[in-house]
Design a protein around this ligand. Structure first.
Ligand code: SF4
Length: 549
């Protein structure tokens, strides 16, 4: 464990009372901060092993159950049968089921077959088969009982996986391009930086009590597949004027209820400096981040208040104690979609095959099947993507047809429709205690319906479905973003529905979707509504125009 860089001086003027440690506000200003001060989230692991897994659910201290369990990827899931209208009015304990969601962190989305099979076996043994690929490259299991957790950790750790800091006010999984190291066009392979940063800092108590969650991305992907603009920190591959490869540093991106795009600090970060710079930025967040109000506790609020120049100055002077050189902005993303679906050539002459499970929903058997297919055709490398998809790497040219045929036979489509390829959905009311509406099933049915109604639609188009006003499925940057809420139907009843955001995008012209006043649809009306919008778009678009352009 490394010791954290400490700020050299603490005399910056800030508004009083935001709970910034660096300004002397060490006394907890809300319950979450109090819980974190009482005991570090990382300490719950031993209690789970020694006490809770032996004595059962009822023995769990509520402060651990609803707080520190998250430091190891564990959330209580929603009690079945409680409708979305109750979400805001019930106490947390009334929504809590006795089962947990467990998030396995997969930094960079990198899995070998032993790891994939281990997750599959855990899903089948302890999670009623459930296994969803998330849009942050994790795999999420459900129906976990606390009694099973030590055995699950043992199995994961035996193959080099972990759930440490998969949730909570911590540095969560680090996004990386699934094609890192094999893409002929990549600017730089960020795998060593991801591995180094994870090894140094994940599980380090110096960074385990942050004001809120902290999301990282490190990538040299020419398609910008790790959506760097909406991470708390992102290192984006660039080449400087001297021809040196390194990273452009972005900070302060995030969606949720106050969406903000990340800001470039204008620095060039050499590969060997990445871990230090990452620690400096997270150190600023820990020390200067706003802890008083949870909804203002993400780093984006601090970056927004300070501006990039001041943030850079404090990073260099107080944390790094050396200046960073200026550097170039990243090249615009390679055209088209940002995902890695389909069959494409690697730089070594082999091929990778990206495929699309529907809205990330898989299960233990299908994870085992994916491992079998990869092994049958000579691959030991599988990747998860930030679009709830997966990729098998290192397929010899003469084996590609076999891989594609076997995946497609399992409905893991390699050449999916636009709708299958680019629709994402968050967890929703099936398991999530914050949800107001159902998402995965609805999005899955929507894909089927749109494929049936619009078989010739091939334009890029993202449809992202959220079950509440949070933005786990990134609704503000989708072409069509659907935010779950209860709405009144024609008969005057409260039913599941969606506020519609139109025209969000990242890349060359980034911007958040327009929330058109009054533009809402019930869940039942969605297929008609989207069909109408897309038919209008097709009939009116100019050559080369995309939906969000
Ligand atoms: Fe839960 Fe809301 Fe996130 Fe969906 S967007 S997973 S409903 S918190």
């Amino acid at each position: 464990m490394t010791s954290p860089p400490r700020p050299a001086n603490r005399h910056h003027k800030r508004p009083r009372g935001e709970g910034q440690w660096a300004l002397g506000y060490r006394e907890p200003l809300n319950k979450n901060e109090e819980n974190k001060k009482n005991d570090d989230g990382l300490n719950v692991r031993q209690r789970i092993i020694d006490v809770y897994s032996k004595r059962g659910f009822d023995s769990i201290d509520p402060a651990d159950l609803r707080g520190r369990f998250r430091w190891f990827g564990l959330y209580t899931q929603r009690k079945p049968g409680i409708d979305g209208g109750k979400t805001a009015i019930l106490e947390p304990e009334e929504l809590d089921d006795r089962y947990f969601m467990l998030r396995v962190r997969i930094d960079g989305g990198r899995l070998n077959l032993a790891q994939l099979r281990t997750i599959a076996d855990i899903a089948n043994r302890y999670a009623r088969g459930t296994a969803d690929v998330t849009d942050r490259q994790n795999i999420q299991l459900h129906w976990i009982e606390v009694e099973s957790v030590p055995a699950i950790w043992e199995a994961l750790e035996a193959v080099g996986l972990s759930t440490m800091e998969a949730c909570g006010d911590t540095p969560r999984v680090m996004l990386g391009c699934p094609l890192a190291g094999i893409d002929a066009d990549e600017v730089i392979d960020a795998t060593p930086q991801i591995e180094d940063t994870v090894a140094r800092y994940i599980g380090d108590p110096a960074y385990s009590n942050l004001p809120r969650k902290f999301k990282s991305a490190m990538s040299g992907c020419p398609a910008h597949c790790t959506v760097h603009e909406i991470n708390d920190i992102a290192f984006v591959g660039v080449v400087n004027e001297q021809g040196e490869k390194g990273f452009d540093l972005w900070v302060g991106g995030g969606l949720s209820t106050n969406p903000m795009l990340g800001k470039r600090l204008g620095t060039f970060v050499r590969p060997e400096q990445v871990h230090e710079v990452w620690a400096g930025v997270i150190g600023i967040f820990r020390d200067y981040g706003y802890r008083r109000l949870r909804h203002r506790a993400r780093i984006k609020f601090l970056v927004n208040d300070w501006g990039p120049e001041k943030f850079r100055e404090i990073l260099e002077k107080e944390y790094l104690r050396f200046p960073l050189p200026d550097g170039p902005a990243p090249e615009p993303p390679r055209g088209g979609r940002r995902d890695h679906v389909g069959v494409h050539k690697q730089k070594n002459g082999d091929f990778y095959v990206g495929f699309a499970p529907k809205v990330g929903r898989l299960d233990g058997d299908r994870l085992n099947l994916i491992a079998d297919i990869a092994e049958r055709y000579g691959s030991d490398s599988v990747r998860t993507t930030v679009e709830q998809k997966m990729v098998i790497l290192d397929i010899a040219p003469d084996k590609v047809d076999g891989v594609v045929a076997d995946l497609e036979a399992a409905d893991l489509q390699v050449n999916p429709s636009t709708f299958r390829r680019q629709t994402m959905a968050c967890t929703g009311i099936e398991y999530c205690k914050l949800a107001i509406v159902e998402t995965k099933g609805l999005a899955s049915d929507l894909i089927d319906e749109l494929e049936r109604r619009l078989p010739g639609f091939t334009d890029p188009l993202t449809i992202n479905v959220n079950g509440c006003p949070n933005s786990c499925a990134r609704i503000q940057v989708a072409d069509i973003g659907l935010k779950g809420q209860l709405i009144t139907n024609e008969g005057g009843e409260q039913v599941e529905g969606f506020q519609i955001h139109l025209g969000g995008s990242l890349g060359v012209n980034p911007g958040f979707g327009r929330k058109v006043r009054g533009l809402k649809a019930t869940a039942g009306e969605l297929p008609d509504y989207i069909e109408r919008v897309l038919k209008n778009f097709q009939s009116q678009k100019d050559d080369g125009e995309t939906f969000s352009a």
